[in-house]
Ligand binder design. Sequence first.
Ligand SMILES: [Zn+2]
Length: 128
Amino acid sequence: MNDVLMKGGQCYYENSHGMNVCWGGTSTLAHRGGTTIGNTFVAKIPDGSGGVIDPRKYRDYVPLIEHEFTHTLQWQTLGVGMVDYLLWEARVAVVNWVLEDMRLPPIGMGCGNPYEISASLVKGGYLC
Ligand SMILES: [Zn+2]
């Protein structure tokens, strides 16, 4: 949360699920739809112009928060074991880098990730 605030972002406390939600600024934690670490969701929901909108204005806000809350529960259950969740994303990024070099279409980020599947791909906004 401090990383986002120090880099120009904003945060609020989401009462419905007991989570911190942060967005905006230049934090590298926010990528694509965002990332949840512990009970903090760092969002990067594009507004269509390249900017980032307040997540509360995202049309699928409720299902998204439900999805991210499942990640919070995964963090509570697995603790540092959730590093595997982050490594999964890194593995897919490497595979896509190779596929791009071979001029093949990329695989969907998150679509085969068991942590994302468990949290519901639909609620997370994944188009698989
Ligand atoms: Zn997710």
